[in-house]
Every structure is written in structure tokens, then in C-alpha cells.
Design a protein. Sequence first.
Length: 175
Amino acid sequence: ACRRTVVSRRTTAHARVMSSSFAPVARTSAFARGCASLKASSSSRVKAKTCAHVAPVRRGAVRTRAGLVQKMNAEELEIAMANRDRPMVIDFYATWCGPCVLMSAELEKVQAQLGDKVLCVKVDTDEETDLATQLQIQGLPTLVFVSPDMSKPALRTEGMLPAETVVSVIENELS
């Protein structure tokens, strides 16, 4: 996994080492509230009003070949979280991160395989530094698995995962 340096106002006492490959992030509703408190970056040109149009193609946007996984900013992610009716997989990545590029291809496979049963999105941590800091994203790629059931905690993992593993987590943990 790629490492990024995050300057945080919090002390290092809050940093936790993951004891397993998956660790709860927070209650899903707390995660949504955290996203809701963030403002969209100043470079954002989109003010999404509905979930139906949350990720238009922007100049400089990173697109994969199939283009099934949507790139979102903090505001768009907030809207998608509030309106979710299916499991979500959020990929926190950076364009300079080699494993992130590989993970993007795996998520395209997941989205193609599961179709409307899941929503896979990605967030560029270099563009959304406030969100990355708030969620303590330090290793890249970081995947956050969010259930449509608000009572289930979100799960997170750092590093590259094959598509089969991602599908397994979605089917076994989020359904």
C-alpha cells in the first residue's frame, strides 16, 4: 500500500493500528454525518442536487476504460451516502499510487459483475485532503465498505484486493 503523509490537528494517540485486514470505521450514520460536515473543495465545479447526477466528467478527471466507477468529491459523496439504497464501496486513491491504479481496475470488474446491486465510487485524496484527514486515510488504496443498513458499521481495509475478495465482502458482510 502507498503511504501518504497526513498533517492532522489531532494527536497521534488517536491513530490506531488495524489488528485485522478489516476494521470498523464508524457507524454508517456517523460516517455520513462526518461527510456532511465537509464542504466541497474550492476546485469543485459541480453542485450536485440529486444523486442521479453526482459524478460528471470534469477536466482532468481520472477515468478508467469501462468508466463504471464514479469519481466523487466530498459533497457528491455526502449526497450518495444520504441516498444510498444498496451497498457502497468507496475507494480512496491517488493518481500517483501504483496499487491504486490496479485497484481501480478491480473495482471496475466488481461494478460490472454486480451491476445495480452495488455502488462503487472513488475519491482522490489529493483533491479531497480535508475528507482524507477527517477519515484518517493514511494508506492507499483504502477501501471503505458501507452497508445500506445504517445499523451496520462500515468496514475499511488498506491495500490492493482482488475483485473476488471485494465481491465476497459485499455479499457476506453488507447484505
